[in-house]
Structure formats: C-alpha cells, structure tokens
Design a protein around this ligand. Structure first.
Ligand SMILES: Nc1ncnc2c1ncn2[C@@H]1O[C@H](COP(=O)(O)OP(=O)(O)OP(=O)(O)O)[C@@H](O)[C@H]1O
Length: 231
C-alpha cells in the first residue's frame, strides 16, 4: 500500500504557501503545529480534496473515505443533535443508528440531549457534538482541525483521551495551536512555518501521555519557547 499523505509545492493566489514539503501519514496521530495563517487548514482541505483556491504541485495519496472535523462546527441548525451526529454517515447511505449516536453524545458529556438543537448549546458543547460526529464516522483517515480549541482544560484533556481511544488504529491528522496537545497525542509532529514543513521529535509512547506527566510538561515548555522565538 502506498503511503498516505501529500507532498510537493502548494501555491495560493500567486504565492507559495509550502515548498517541497512531504507530509506522511500512518496509523496513529500526526499533529500539525504552526503560526496562524501558515497554511495548516489549507493543507487539511487539500488532503480532503475540498480545497478550491490552493494548487498542489506534487502527489496526494488518500483513502477513499475521509472523516473531517472543520474549525467551524458545521452543525445543521434545523437538525437534532442525534441527526447531526449521524449526518455524514446518512449522506453516504448508511442506515440510521440513533442508539450509537446517543452513546457518542453521552461519551462527550451530552447524555439525553439527542433531540436538542445546536442553537441551545454553548460553543464548547457544539464542538463536542462535532467531535461525536467525527467519531461516528468510521473512516480510515480522520482530519481534525483544532478539535478541542473551545474546551476548558479539564474537558479538553478528557476529550483528547476519548478521541484517542475511539480512533485507535486509524490515521488521524490533527491541526492544533497547543504544543502540549501535540506532544500528548502525537506519534508524529510537524511544524508548518515559513513555507516549510519540518518534522519535530514526538514524545515516546504511551499516548496520550497522562496529564501532569513531567516529561510532557518539560517538552511542551521547550516547544512553546521554540515556537515563540520565531513569532
Ligand atoms: N481563498 C483564499 N484565497 C487566498 N488566500 C487565502 C484563501 N484562503 C486562505 N487564504 C490565505 O492562506 C493562508 C493560509 O490560511 P490557512 O487558513 O490555511 O492558515 P492556518 O495555518 O490554518 O491558520 P489558522 O491557524 O489561523 O487557522 C492565509 O494567509 C490566508 O489568508
């Protein structure tokens, strides 16, 4: 099987966003860090085949089915939370499975809210519904664009662990601004900056590292300092 990922040069509106890059995916978590505007979301959209403005001059190898959690939650306001969780699978022709949707909603802390509408939720709750939708879908490649950014620290750690367990064995590519999150979860870490995609050393397993892990705290502080230097 050829490796999944993409490589080459990415151009957007007459400028180079990424030069001679190679993003290689494998089962487990690949985390993508980088300053705002560097092109992380564009890269995710290119992988998903959803990018309309940027052009990739190079290669792209992805499985037929890709799961996707965008930066905006993209919840359908007129649908119930249960229907939102099942939406992508339903669009693909899968049979409804409200029991599984309810289980996933409960796992993200929204037990019994199946028939609620997105407008009744806080920003963090909406993000958790979007996460449940990404977990409902059983795609071999799952792209997550800042999936935990709206959550409080305790909920964020719990959702990281939940997602890591639920997506075990699959290829996950996550964009994050949080070095500790990348180090806690990442089997591979890339930094996208100044048109370059640079592999960074991940922490050794186990992933996710426990919260309060000293090695994680030290590595996150060092990585934050490194990211801040060039900012
Ligand atoms: N349709 C477009 N046409 C031209 N430029 C665009 C378009 N969409 C995004 N850009 C620019 O492309 C660059 C990369 O945007 P992108 O959203 O991929 O960055 P990012 O690294 O994900 O940022 P953030 O961390 O803030 O989400 C930015 O400079 C942005 O202004």
């Amino acid at each position: 099987m050829s490796p999944h990922g993409l490589g080459g040069t990415v151009r957007l509106g007459g400028r180079v966003l990424l030069r001679d890059a190679a993003l290689r995916l494998a089962p487990g978590w690949t985390c993508l860090l980088g300053p705002s505007g560097a092109g992380k979301s564009t890269l995710l959209r290119l992988l998903a085949g959803l990018e309309v403005s940027a052009r990739l001059e190079g290669w792209r190898e992805v499985p037929e089915r890709i799961g996707w959690m965008a930066q905006r939650d993209l919840l359908q306001e007129r649908l119930s939370l249960s229907a939102n969780v099942q939406l992508m699978a339903r669009l693909r022709g899968q049979a409804p499975d409200p029991a599984r949707a309810a289980e996933l909603l409960a796992s993200v802390g929204l037990a019994g809210r199946d028939e609620a509408r997105p407008a009744e939720l806080s920003g963090g709750e909406r993000q958790r519904v979007a996460l449940a939708r990404a977990l409902f879908d059983e795609a071999p490649l799952v792209l997550l664009d800042e999936p935990f950014s709206a959550l409080d620290p305790a909920r964020r750690a719990a959702m990281q662990t939940l997602a890591h367990t639920a997506l075990r064995g699959r290829q996950v590519l996550m964009v994050t601004h949080d070095p500790a999150e990348a180090l806690r979860l990442g089997d591979r870490i890339y930094l996208l900056r100044d048109q370059r995609l640079e592999p960074l050393p991940p922490l050794a397993p186990p992933h996710p590292r426990p919260m309060g892990d000293t090695e994680l705290a030290l590595a996150a502080a060092a990585l934050l300092a490194r990211l801040s230097e060039a900012a």
